[in-house]
Ligand binder design. Structure first.
Ligand code: GLA
Length: 398
């Protein structure tokens, strides 16, 4: 393998902290969600894309049960015995790795220790799933070190990583981020059914591109508000079950049913449910419009998603609204919306191919005027999901 610049930096890092050679490089991407926000934990549909930004673990197996990793950007170590259930209270990042190990062991995988270097270029805390990328790259490293790379499907890997985040790290996320990081495909979005975990590759058409704007605004509210939204959705389901006893999630409800039973809800809960139910419909409509090459329609659906997240689900923010407006102010922009949990982080725009750099310029200028902050703007093609590259010889897992 001819190392690229980033890999070379990681190889140099390995040389600094370990003797001898690493054998493998595990890579797992961050993601941007095209549409389908706050639907995953309601058993609904999402349409994410893997980014060309990722977390990489350069490693070799050990002949004991210890994991020893140095994270270049954090300038700190993870060092634990596989099976240890005590959290690291000084550093957060090692807990993602440790939790993944516990979840994999629970699935019956005979794990083996490994050691190496971790490095990522997914912006952290920006809603582009750097945590999922760390979890999935760690999961790949665990499986490779144990010589069990084919023991689990991508779906099982995603579930194990989600479990680690829910139960060990303590973040109550859905399955979307881990799923797309494990199973994303170059040139495609994935339509994921978050109930059955079936998925469909949706070709990302020529002629349009994705531009992502990072507001740089902190997502500090996100944790508590996220859990509050989840609870409001569950409340909505319980109320609907009085008249629709067979439903188990908002996924099972149509907009007309929701409207028909409006009297069952306090206004706030109704609006939360209306977002989720209408967003599921928008995901399906987006897949159809992409298939028909109707990019204007895709853009309109993204715009409508943002309005719904802002007014009904109330997870937007001043910064996100200004970012979306800045994006829409360029004529090459077909539609724009906040992406991820909300409250800060990033927005995504669908733009005509060829206008990406102009959109970036306009966004940076007008967002700076509105918010007095210089936004970071990323242009990423839909990229591939997690993989492991052998550095010495042998097969890659593809
Ligand atoms: C975060 C969570 C996902 C999903 C989104 C909102 O990214 O990790 O599971 O719920 O928010 O769509």
């Amino acid at each position: 393998m001819q190392p690229d610049k980033r890999t070379q930096t990681i190889l140099d890092g390995f040389d600094t902290y370990f003797e001898g050679e690493a054998t493998h490089l595990a890579i797992a991407p961050g993601r941007v969600n095209l549409i389908g926000e706050h639907t995953d934990y309601n058993d609904g549909f999402v349409l994410p894309v893997a980014l060309d930004r990722d977390v990489r673990v350069l490693f070799r197996s050990r002949d004991d049960g210890r994991v020893k990793l140095y994270a270049l950007e954090f300038d700190s170590w993870a060092d634990f015995e596989i099976g240890d259930t005590k959290r690291n209270s000084r550093q957060l990042w090692p807990n993602y790795v440790q939790g993944v190990g516990l979840a994999l062991a629970e699935l019956g995988v005979q794990l083996q220790g490994f050691e190496g270097v971790v490095s990522g270029n997914v912006p952290r805390g920006s809603g582009l799933s750097s945590s999922a990328a760390l979890e999935i790259s760690a999961a790949k490293a665990f499986l490779t070190a144990a010589n069990e790379i084919h023991a689990l499907t991508g779906t099982q890997l995603a579930r194990a990583a989600q479990k680690a985040e829910n139960e060990f790290v303590g973040v109550n996320c859905g399955i979307m981020d881990q799923f797309i990081s494990a199973l994303g495909e170059e040139g495609h979005a994935l339509l994921i059914d978050c109930r059955s975990l079936d998925y469909q590759r949706v070709p990302f058409p020529e002629g349009v591109s994705l531009v992502i704007g990072n507001t740089k605004a902190s997502r500090s509210l996100a944790g508590s508000a996220y859990n509050e939204r989840r609870a409001q959705c569950e409340d909505g389901v319980r109320r609907l079950q009085a008249v629709l006893p067979d439903i188990t999630a908002l996924r099972d409800v149509s907009l007309s049913e929701l409207e028909e039973h409006r009297a069952l809800f306090p206004a706030l809960v109704y609006r939360r449910c209306r977002h989720v139910v209408s967003e599921n419909e928008r995901v399906q409509a987006t897949v159809d419009a992409l298939g028909q090459g109707d990019f204007r329609k895709v853009g309109e659906l993204m715009d409508a998603s943002h309005e719904s997240l802002k007014d009904d689900y109330e997870v937007s923010s001043e910064a996100l609204d200004r970012m979306v407006e800045s994006m829409r102010s360029h004529s090459g922009c077909l539609g724009a919306r906040l992406t991820g949990a909300g409250f800060g982080g990033c927005a995504v725009a669908l733009v005509q191919t060829g206008t990406e750099k102009d959109v970036r310029e306009v966004v940076q200028e007008s967002y700076a005027k509105a918010m007095n902050v210089w936004a970071e703007v990323y242009i990423s093609p839909p990229s591939s999901g997690a993989r492991v590259l052998p550095l010495i010889s042998g097969e890659s897992d593809g």
